[in-house]
Design a protein around this ligand. Structure first.
Ligand code: MRU
Length: 373
C-alpha cells in the first residue's frame, strides 16, 4: 500500500543488507511512521511479542523471516539443527492465537530440514520466507476481489447511497504483508468508485482501530469514523450499519472465528439486528485440525499494563503515557475471543466466499483439510 506516495509492504528484506529484515514499527503508529531493521531471530521474537509487527498474516511472515535469521546465525556444525529447532519453538510461543505464526514457522522448518548442506539450508529458509510473504500479499489481494461483490450488492440495494461497514481491530494492509483481509474488499470498493464509509471500533486496550485502521483509511482517503468499542450496537439498532467485516487470527475448519477481543459482542449485535457479519479469512489463518473454537483455540493473555495505561499526544503534541485504572484494581486482558460459526453470515476467503460450516469450508479447501496447512 502507499504511504506518502511510496509503496510499502509491512515487512521486507533489505536488498543492500540481506541480513537485515525491515519492518514498519507499528508500535509507533500513528504518531510516527518509522522503519526498523531486525538483525537476529531474538530481535524478531521481541518485535512480535511487543507488537511492533502484529496482525495474523504479518506475524506469520515475521516468524518465517525469524527462521531465516535463525538459520543465518546458527553454528555451521552439528549444533545447526538444534539451534534452528529451539528458535522455531521460541518463535511459535511468542504469540499463540494467530495460527499463521505456527504454520509459517513449520513451513520454513520443513524447507530447512529437506535442504542439503548448511548453505543450502540457509538459502532454502530465505526462499521459503519470501514465498510466504509473497503468498500472504497475494491472498490479501484475492480477498479484496472476492469480497467486493458483497459491497457492490449492498450499494446496488441502497441505490448507490453510502454503504456503512463496521470493522473491529485492524485487518487492513498493516495486519498482513499487503492489502489486508477485512479491509481489502473495502479498498477494492473505494477504488471502483463505490461510496463506502467505515465505522472503526477503537479496539481497547491496544487501540488498533483508532491507531492503525484510522491511519490506514486516512492515508487511502476512505471516509471513516472512529467509535468507542461499545457504540456499534446502538448504530446497528439505528440501521446505520449495513454490514460488519472483520478479520481473523484463527478460524476452525468448522467456522468458529477467533479474532480481537470484542468481535463476539459485535457478532451478537449484528445477529440481533439482522445485519450481515462477514469474516475475511485465508488459507493460512484456518485451523485444519481443531473443530471446537472455544475449547481448542489458545487465547493469548497479555500484560495488565495494556489496560492500566494509555498513550496519546498531549496538548503540545508530546507523546504521553497515563494511568487510567486505580493502582490497586486488578485487571484482566484476554486479547482474543471466539465467535461461534452460527453467528457468521459468510467467510470471504482467498478462494471465494463460503458459508461458515465444515462442509463449505472443506469443499473450498479440499487440499488443506486434516493437514497442518
Ligand atoms: O493483537 P493483534 O493486533 O495482532 O490482533 C490482530 C487482529 O485481531 C486482526 O483483526 C486479525 O489479525 C485479523 S487480520 C489478519
Amino acid at each position: 500500500m502507499e504511504v506518502n506516495g511510496k509503496h510499502y509492504r509491512t515487512i521486507w528484506l533489505d536488498k543492500e543488507h540481506p541480513l537485515a529484515v525491515s519492518i514498519i514499527d507499528q508500535s509507533r503508529l500513528p504518531f510516527e511512521f518509522s522503519i526498523k531493521k531486525i538483525f537476529t531471530c531474538g530481535e524478531m521474537i521481541r518485535s512480535i511479542k511487543e507488537m511492533e509487527v502484529r496482525g495474523a498474516g504479518l506475524i506469520g511472515a515475521a516468524g518465517s523471516y525469524g527462521m531465516y535469521l535463525a538459520a543465518m546465525e546458527a553454528p555451521l556444525n552439528r549444533g545447526f539443527m538444534p539451534y534452528v529447532h529451539k528458535s522455531a519453538a521460541k518463535l511459535k510461543r511468542s504469540r499463540p492465537t494467530a495460527i499463521n505464526l505456527e504454520w509459517a514457522v513449520n513451513r520454513v522448518l520443513r524447507a530447512i530440514e529437506s535442504a542439503g548442506s548448511y548453505t543450502e539450508k540457509q538459502r532454502a529458509s530465505l526462499q521459503e520466507a519470501q514465498n510466504i510473504a509473497d503468498e500472504d500479499a497475494e491472498a490479501g489481494r484475492k480477498m479484496g476481489i472476492n469480497g467486493l461483490p458483497l459491497i457492490e450488492k449492498a450499494s446496488n440495494h441502497k441505490k448507490g447511497k453510502t454503504v456503512n461497514i463496521l470493522t473491529h481491530c485492524n485487518a487492513g494492509w498493516l495486519a498482513l504483508v499487503d492489502y489486508g483481509s477485512a479491509l481489502s474488499p473495502v479498498y477494492a470498493a473505494h477504488k471502483k468508485g463505490i461510496d463506502v464509509h467505515v465505522w472503526v471500533d477503537e479496539t481497547r486496550p491496544r487501540n488498533q482501530g483508532a491507531f492503525l485502521t484510522a491511519w490506514e483509511l486516512s492515508k487511502a482517503g476512505i471516509p471513516h469514523t472512529v467509535i468507542t468499542d461499545n457504540e456499534g450496537g446502538l448504530l446497528m439498532q439505528k440501521k446505520m450499519v449495513d454490514m460488519v467485516i472483520v478479520g481473523s487470527d484463527r478460524t476452525t475448519h468448522t467456522g468458529d472465528v477467533a479474532n480481537k477481543i470484542g468481535t463476539y459482542l459485535k457478532a451478537l449485535a449484528a445477529y440481533d439486528n439482522n445485519i450481515p457479519f462477514y469474516v475475511a479469512v485465508y488459507s493460512s489463518s484456518f485451523d485444519w485440525i481443531s473443530s471446537d473454537g472455544l475449547k481448542n483455540i489458545p487465547i493469548e493473555q497479555r500484560s495488565g499494563d495494556e489496560v492500566r495505561f494509555i498513550t496519546g499526544l498531549d496538548k503540545t503534541g508530546k507523546e504521553t503515557r497515563v494511568s487510567i485504572v486505580p493502582g490497586d484494581s486488578p485487571v484482566s486482558n484476554y486479547a482474543f475471543d471466539v465467535t461461534p460459526a452460527k453467528l457468521v453470515t459468510a467467510i470471504i476467503t482467498d478462494r471465494g466466499v463460503c458459508k461458515a460450516d465444515k462442509k463449505s469450508i472443506v469443499s473450498m479447501f479440499p487440499d488443506k483439510f486434516n493437514t497442518n496447512g
